[in-house]
Design a binder for this molecule. Structure first.
Ligand code: 6GU
Length: 247
């Protein structure tokens, strides 16, 4: 998969050199390319922002550098066009399902806005040539799309075949389609079996895999009820068994 990121802060993305994503890049599973938006400015101050029409606080990103940047980056592969992701707090909520869907795309471009956002004509113009999605990572406001892009790139790239050591771990994650759809994971334990007066739940030491699976599902249901009660209404009734309803 190829991912291009356009930003005024390319240094923000050095974490993508680390750990599993860094390894995936070095092995060629993931091709991440960073672009400095200011390389498409031509004035002496490399200006990317201006005051908002209609007045109000803050600054808005000018359309011209963005138009040129998106033209250049999206033309990098002849006969292909990327899916453009615009991180913004006003976008559609990003979910694990979106991460899985976007992991199936060959080429994504992330356009990181700063200030009060990018002139709205940029998204409308890009949509004439490529699919465009405005996406939010949650109900809070960040200073720009960079940290949201890091979050989405990590959530997406860990789903690419070969990026995680253990393919099973993805299926057991909170929110994973199927077993963990609309559930968060319950507690986890490792050795020693007793620590500071707390014992590991005996079922996990029993060697009874059926009982372990049942216990994990019960704990996931309990933790979801406690921390994310709104998710319980979205559980697929077809997938609930009698034991689930008793938890
Ligand atoms: Cl994607 N961008 C910004 N600036 N703030 C956010 C966000 C994105 N998602 C939640 N808050």
């Amino acid at each position: 998969m190829r991912i291009d990121i356009i930003t005024i802060f390319p240094d923000y993305f050095t974490p993508l050199e680390l750990s599993l994503i860094g390894k995936a890049r070095r092995s060629g599973l993931l091709d991440v390319r960073l672009h400095d938006l200011r390389s498409w400015t031509y004035d002496r101050h490399n200006t990317v922002d201006d005051s908002p029409y209609g007045g109000g606080p803050g600054m808005v990103m000018k359309p011209e550098p963005w138009g040129e940047a998106l033209d250049a980056v999206s033309a990098a592969v002849p006969a292909a066009s990327p899916r453009l992701i615009l991180p913004t707090p006003s976008g559609l909520p990003f979910t694990q399902a979106d991460a899985g869907r976007l992991a199936g795309e060959p080429w994504l471009v992330f356009a990181c806005g700063r200030y009060e956002g990018i002139d709205s004509r940029v998204a409308a113009d890009a949509a004439l040539r490529m699919p465009v999605e405005e996406i939010s990572i949650g109900d809070y406001v960040l200073n720009g799309g960079e940290s949201a892009t890091l979050v989405m790139v990590e959530a997406i790239s860990r789903l690419l075949p070969g990026v995680l050591g253990n393919a099973d771990s993805v299926a057991q994650d909170s929110f994973a389609p199927g077993l963990m759809d609309n559930l968060v994971e319950g507690p986890v334990y490792t050795k020693p079996p007793a620590w500071r007066g707390q014992e590991v739940p005996p079922v996990l030491l029993s060697g009874n895999h059926g009982a372990v699976d049942r216990w994990r599902r019960d704990e996931a249901l309990r933790k979801t009820a406690r921390n994310r009660p709104e998710l319980l209404d979205r559980l697929d009734p077809e997938r609930l068994d009698r034991r689930d309803r008793e938890v």
